[in-house]
Structures are given as C-alpha cells and as structure tokens.
Ligand binder design. Structure first.
Ligand code: ADE
Length: 396
C-alpha cells in the first residue's frame, strides 16, 4: 500500500479533491492511502499562529518551523521515515511523467505545502529531499500542485486504472503525444472516423497511430522530439559501447583505447559546439573506429592502419545495424572508419575531431618521443579544443 501524507493548512481542500473519482476509488480499494495533516494542529502558540514576520523585513508572512517539524514528526512516528519529503514550490524541478513513475515506486511520500510568502528555510534544510514545481507559474499555495502530483503518481500504480494498458499507451509514456481517438458514431456532422480504424487490420492501425503520434508531437510539442532523440541516442551509444566491449572481449588494451578516443572526441565536439547530429556520428565512429583490427589479425596476421580501413567499415555496419542505427548514420560512420588513418582530404568536423582524438590517445599509448609529439601538433591538429587538449596533455 502506498502512503501519501500532505502537510497543509487546508486539509479539507486536499481530502475533498483526492477522495473524488479515481484516487478516491483507489483509496477505498486499499491500493493507496492519503492523509492530509493539518499543520495548524501542531502549533504551540495560543492564538493558533503558524506564521510570523520575515527577519530582515519585506512583505508577507513566513511559515514557522516548529509546527511543520512537529507535523512531520507525527507522520514519521505513525508511518516510519518516508522515502521522500517533497516541498511543493515554484522553485523546484518541474514535475513530469518520468518523475511520476519514479515517485510511484516509493511507498511513503510526504508532501509539504507552503503558503504565504514562504517557509522558514531551516525546516526545509532539515526534512526536504525534493523541491518540485508543477510548472512555471505561481499559485496561491501548494495544495493544488500536491494533488496534481498525487493524482498522476497514483495512476501509475497497478490496479488504480481500470485498464492498465491505458497508462502505458498514452501521451508521454514513450516521449510522444497520444494519437487521436474516435468513438461512435462513424459520422458526426459530416466528419468521418478514419477508415483504417475500422479496418480491423491491427498492424495498419498501429502504424497509423504511431504516425499520428509523431505528427502531433512535431506540430504541438516539437521539443519533446528533441528530448526523445537525445535519450534514444544516449541509450544507443551505451549499447554500442557494451557490444564493442564484447567484440574485443579479453583485449583490455583495445577496449581502453576506444573508450578514451570516444571520451576525447565527445569532449572536443562539445567544446567546438558541433551540432547534435554530427556529435552522434562522431561519438559512434570513435567507438567503432578500430573495429577492423580483429578481422585484420585473423585474415592477414597483422593490423596496420590500411588494413583497418579496408576491413573496418563492413564490421562496423554489422554492429551498428544490430544497435538500430539509421542508414544515413551508418553510411557516414563507415566512411570515417574507412578513412581515419588518412589525413589528407578531411571533409568534415566529425572526421577532423576523430583523427585528433585518436592521435591524443595513440601518441601516449605508443610512447612517442617529444619531437614526434611536437611535429604531429602542426600537421594534424586544427580545432582549438583539440589543440589545447593535446598541448596540455603532453605539456608542449
Ligand atoms: N506553489 C505555488 N506555485 C507553485 C507551482 N507552480 N508549483 C508548485 N508549487 C507551487
């Protein structure tokens, strides 16, 4: 059973709201429990005050620490130490679906609702684990935000919604907005339900819905697509690093090598302000750049730069396809893998940075003497970030 305690000056507002509809039913069914704790019940002042003037002057009143502390202690004694104490404030991190999911995994959460101008900082320092806002606008108090969060957390808990599929199949669950929905009648004021939905062909229906989700997200919330691309790519890079580690299983030197080249390439890319599509290509190429070595050793018993360039692209393609990379990214990464030992005809910033990152690592791993370290600087390095990094690493 999940327990949500709300420390508030307006317990009726919370209880009336949450006891209604789905959260009310979930409580009645024993899936969740919520309890509003009236901070005012814990004041030691004879007039029932819970606030006072701010030290240093200024408008408004500040909630005092003692009643909040005692209300919190009451909850702690009743239910044990909570998993988190959320201070509901416009100064917090903005609540989203991911946080709803994360919070839904906790068993005991305390929400502290502020009012007036604020809350004495000392009690916040003492008990609060998370500062959370529901958006960049200011409300009169934290009660509505706490209710918003409890509502959205509760619906992630199995059994709270009648149909658990609907919690997964909706807006934000995969980073996209939900597709349009239709019900009877088939025709309303001349407008018809899309034919595909009545075809009974589930594959086509799924494809249509996915396409509509994408279109809608692109039109209404394009920034969600950027976020999704970012997290999908981070996941692909992590997967690729794992697969390459497996590929070079038992060869720590190669594994350490590509990991270092990846880190330097990524860093130089960020410092040089390259765009996110190029950065993705660069990082991918840095991870797989030496993939031809193993095949070269198998085929020719050695693995010089030219052999790597010959055998690498095909090997890279196989592994990138397994990770779900697109054709365009694979095409460019193959080119980079096939040319990373060729220092004339560098045709892009991804190529340039890959070569620089590889030199930073190779000059150290090959124990190059100071003279060759110096001569490479002028011949190879073009970016400011790469040049600075190289100079500092080798002290030149
Ligand atoms: N209290 C006042 N405004 C708020 C907001 N936007 N989010 C959370 N708590 C608040």
């Amino acid at each position: 059973m999940k327990n949500y305690y709300i420390l508030t000056l307006f317990p009726d507002m919370i209880m009336n709201g949450l006891n209604t509809s789905i959260t009310g039913r979930a409580k009645a069914n024993g899936l969740i429990n919520f309890d509003a704790v009236n901070i005012r019940d814990f004041t030691k002042e004879k007039h029932g005050h819970v606030d006072d003037y701010p030290y240093g002057g200024g408008a408004g009143m500040v909630m005092q620490p003692q009643p909040i502390y005692d209300a919190y202690r009451y909850v702690e004694e009743k239910s044990g130490k909570p998993d988190r104490v959320v201070y509901v404030t416009p100064q917090g991190k903005v609540f989203n679906q991911e946080m709803a999911k994360e919070f839904a995994a906790d068993d005991n959460i305390v929400f502290l609702c502020g009012h007036y101008e604020g809350v004495d900082e000392r009690i916040l320092d003492m008990i609060v684990t998370d500062y959370v806002s529901i958006g960049d606008y200011v409300l009169t108090g934290g009660e509505l935000p706490a209710m918003v969060m409890i509502d959205s957390i509760s619906r992630m808990i199995p059994g709270v919604l009648n149909n658990d599929v609907s919690a997964q199949d909706e807006s934000f669950s995969d980073g996209l907005l939900e597709y349009p929905q239709y019900t009877r009648p088939v025709e309303f004021m001349g407008m018809k339900v899309p034919d595909v939905l009545m075809s009974g062909h589930h594959k086509n229906i799924d494809a249509w819905r996915k396409e509509q989700s994408l279109k809608r997200t692109m039109e209404r919330r394009p920034e969600l697509l950027d976020n999704k691309t970012y997290s999908d790519r981070a996941e692909m890079i992590a997967k690729l690093m794992n697969m390459m580690t497996e590929y070079f299983n038992g060869d720590p030197k190669r594994i350490q090598h590509f990991t270092k080249v990846y880190a330097y390439a990524k860093n130089i890319g960020v410092l040089e302000n390259i765009d996110s599509d190029t950065a993705f290509i660069l990082e991918t190429a840095a991870i797989v750049h030496d993939i031809g070595i193993k095949k070269g050793e198998e085929k020719y018993g050695r693995c010089d730069g030219k052999i790597q360039e010959e055998l690498g692209p095909h090997e890279a393609e196989k592994i990138l396809k397994k990770c779900g990379y697109s054709k365009e990214v694979i095409r460019r990464v193959k080119y980079l893998v096939g040319h990373h030992h060729t220092y004339s005809g560098i045709d892009g910033i991804d190529y340039q940075i890959l070569v620089e990152a590889d030199f930073i690592v190779n000059m150290y791993e090959d124990n190059a003497g100071i003279e060759s370290v110096k001569s490479v600087l002028g011949k190879i390095f073009k970016t400011k970030a790469g040049t600075d990094m190289y100079r500092q690493i080798f002290g030149i």
